[in-house]
Design a protein around this ligand. Structure first.
Ligand SMILES: Nc1nc2c(ncn2[C@@H]2O[C@H](COP(=O)(O)OP(=O)(O)OP(=O)(O)O)[C@@H](O)[C@H]2O)c(=O)[nH]1
Ligand SMILES: [Mg+2]
Length: 446
């Protein structure tokens, strides 16, 4: 049995209004005790009522109460949302009145947890609410909204149903081998079924890599030798003088970061210290960081000075970044060109020329726009992706076992593991303590 909880659901600070959310079996009678207006135990669901919050005959605030009767509410319980004036002090006074009159302060994510436990939402839908709140671009918002409308749940359920069917066939075969109508579950029978699922899941995992980058931003490192114009390029891209530019090699000594959106693609840009041999201690630390930034980058902008011949260091850097998702930028094209490299782009950061080509190239290489053709066939949440990977590996093990002709009752264990991992994504097989840990990552009042 749930108790009665309340929390401020709007951000802490001054605004026009604040909303305090109350939920639990006695919500209507408890709020009615402190609300001077209508008797909220007698009003219709989904209606709004004007009145005052009162304590010891003193008016605390003028409010609007929105009433939702369970189970047709966010968390399936009786809910009242009190809209009061949006000052920190007055909101806390109203909250205090509720706490003095039978409500307990909700924990983080407790409303969403109740919605999950009352089967109003599955885990993917609950997570999508937080993903909507933290969305920073259109792709993130759209994919979280579609997840809230069950796209992820349906995706997972499709695989779970297939696996369940296979598990049932295996079981029938083991338990009733004499039963004539059942299919003969041999290694050759189950292998293609597993193989097809492996292929389908691989597509989802590959798509998810792209969508994750699209949602959280492409980690983009600008790298190259000293003085080639990396900081100038950062400034050009951000359209501000964020990094110091000078003709002294070694100007940038530590990472400089910036964030920008190119037609819905978010880039987390890092300008790095020019890489070269140095005796200078501080500079050498910066160079170490540059190398780490290359390792972590989803995209490397490899900058060369077009007005100078390639030297050993350029070649070394080209080699170092060759296996990365990379764009080679020949900067300083306002000067006489000494080099040309197929597939590279040519710009002048000094004159702010070339941003268009650079943007096009970035959109092309990150394949982020392909997300439009993925038709919801991806996951956008790291927890979900990790579990999908687990299911994938279990199915790979199962497939290998069919090839090695391992006893089918043993292969069944791997298939069952995949089934459970997928169930953890939607919350159908998720331990209680993990549920609690998960929801504490939510906002207060959510
Ligand atoms: N002619 C010309 N000069 C440029 C261009 N881009 C940058 N520069 C100049 O090149 C010099 C070095 O530029 P920075 O942007 O500081 O180079 P950096 O790669 O960040 O250098 P470090 O931080 O020392 O590694 C400055 O004098 C810039 O004005 C360009 O497109 N054309
Ligand atoms: Mg620099």
């Amino acid at each position: 049995m749930n108790d009665n909880i309340c929390a401020i659901a709007t951000p802490y600070g001054v605004g026009a209004i604040s909303v305090i959310r109350c939920s639990g079996p006695d919500t209507f009678s408890l709020v009615s005790k402190v609300f001077k207006g209508k008797d909220l135990t007698k009003v219709k669901s989904h209606t709004v009522h004007y009145g005052h919050i009162i304590e010891n005959n003193e008016v605390i605030d003028e409010v609007l109460c929105t009433v939702f009767k369970g189970p047709n509410s966010f968390d399936g319980e009786d809910i009242i949302e009190i809209g009061c004036h949006g000052g920190v002090y007055v909101t806390n006074r109203v909250l205090g009145v509720l706490l003095n009159n039978g409500f307990r302060l909700a924990e983080r994510g407790e409303f969403s947890k109740r919605a999950f436990l009352n089967h109003r939402l599955d885990l993917t839908e609950a997570e999508s609410i937080m993903d909507i709140i933290s969305s920073e671009n259109d792709i993130a918002l759209k994919s979280s909204l579609s997840s809230l409308r069950s796209s992820t749940k349906n995706l997972i359920t499709k695989f779970r149903d297939k696996i369940l069917n296979l598990l049932a066939e295996i079981e029938v075969n083991i338990d009733y081998p004499e039963y004539e109508d059942s299919v003969d579950v041999t290694h050759n029978y189950i292998r293609p079924i597993i193989d097809e699922m492996i292929k389908d899941i691989k597509v989802i995992l590959d798509n998810s890599k792209i969508s994750t980058i699209a949602i959280h931003g492409v980690n983009t490192a600008i790298v190259g030798k000293p003085n080639v114009g990396k900081s100038s390029i950062l400034n050009m891209m951000l359209d501000e003088n964020k990094a110091i530019v000078s003709d002294i090699p070694g100007t940038t000594r530590d990472l400089v970061e910036g964030r920008l959106n190119i037609r819905n693609v978010t880039l987390n840009l890092i300008d790095t210290a020019g890489i070269h041999e140095t005796e200078d201690y501080v500079e050498s630390i910066g160079i170490e960081r540059s190398k780490k930034a290359i390792e972590k980058a989803d995209l490397v902008l490899m900058v060369l000075d077009a007005s100078k011949e390639l030297d050993d260091l350029d070649n070394e850097l080209l080699k170092l970044t060759e296996n990365k998702n990379r764009i080679i930028i020949l900067n300083k094209n306002d000067l006489d060109a000494k080099i040309s490299i197929p597939g590279s782009i040519s710009i002048s950061a000094l004159r702010s020329e070339g941003m268009d080509i650079l943007s096009e190239k970035i959109l092309e290489i990150t394949s982020i726009n392909s997300i439009k053709n993925m038709d919801g066939n991806y996951l956008n949440n790291n927890r979900q992706i990790a579990l999908m990977n687990k299911a994938y590996n279990s199915l790979l093990n199962a497939k290998e076992a069919t090839e090695a002709l391992v006893d089918i009752s043993l292969i069944e264990i791997d298939i069952k593991d995949a089934f459970d991992a997928l169930g953890e994504i939607t919350g159908e097989s998720y331990p209680e303590e993990l549920i609690t840990a998960l929801f504490t990552k939510f906002c207060l009042g959510k």
